[in-house]
Design a protein. Structure first.
Length: 256
């Protein structure tokens, strides 16, 4: 990435220091620039089927300029195998529909007594961490520390960045220890595969050459069917997207 490139960086986000970014090929795959960890991240539900954590699964090799599938058709997922060349005849339109506007421009604000919440619903990736406790929209209405901690935990697990929690000084409360990683989201509860999560300030370059807003947490479509490409809009859930990868986390997989 050109050092002179001017990036729009969301408030509270720290740009990764390793020059890692993802580029979109027009009507084609994602290209990972730089070397980043690429690993399955299984959504772990509790006994009530509510998402509470992640556990890692298989890790996949990457190098500079690794090509990753975004049409959902590759027989070698998560890598591209050229299947996008027949995307149109398989009912897949890889056109980017998302705007380059800052996320906060379209977010709803929910003010609480101790912390507040911003919610940009169009980015929902259907990970369901927000359903814990009394659900995050209600949880932020409480001012006790337990509720505040749970609200922050739910939001930090939201892979798409749809949700951001703010302190009384109107500063976002983000996870400063977030690892820079590409996560292949896997939904154990619904037995399906989700998007690619870009964690830790990874820029995303459009096929037009312009960068989208850099965010700590964002999810990009890998089923090929999102109506908000390149970002995930949860369509993988309704289409029961499968990726053919190992369908259970490792016994010794990292929990975070």
């Amino acid at each position: 990435m050109d050092d002179n490139t001017k990036l729009n960086i969301q408030i509270g986000t720290t740009l990764n220091p390793d020059n890692i970014y993802v580029e979109i090929v027009e009507n084609g795959p994602y290209i990972l620039h730089g070397k980043s960890k690429l690993v399955q991240q299984f959504i772990v539900p509790n006994s009530k089927r509510i998402s509470v954590n992640y556990k890692e699964g298989e890790e996949f090799e990457t190098k500079d300029k690794t090509y990753l599938c975004r049409c959902g058709l590759s027989a070698n997922k998560p890598y591209c195998d050229g299947a996008h060349k027949k995307a149109a005849e398989n009912g897949v339109d890889l056109t980017e529909f998302a705007t380059f506007n800052p996320e906060l421009a379209s977010s709803e604000v929910i003010e609480g007594p101790a912390v507040s919440l911003t919610d940009d619903e169009k980015l929902c990736a259907f990970a369901r961490f927000c359903d814990n406790g009394k659900r995050v929209w209600n949880q932020v209405e409480d001012d006790n520390q337990e509720s505040v901690n749970l609200s922050v935990e739910m939001v930090h697990h939201c892979p798409s960045g749809r949700l951001i929690v703010w302190d009384k000084n109107n500063q976002p409360i983000e996870d400063e220890k977030q690892e820079v990683v590409l996560g292949l989201i896997e939904d154990i509860g619904n037995k399906l595969a989700g998007p690619i999560a870009l964690w830790g300030g990874i820029p995303l370059k459009s096929a037009k050459g312009e960068f989208y807003e850099v965010r700590n947490r964002q999810t990009i479509c890998r089923c090929g069917q999102s109506s908000n490409k390149p970002f995930c809009d949860g369509t993988h859930a309704s289409m029961q997207f499968q990726d053919g990868l190992p369908n259970q986390p490792k016994q010794d997989g990292k929990v975070f």
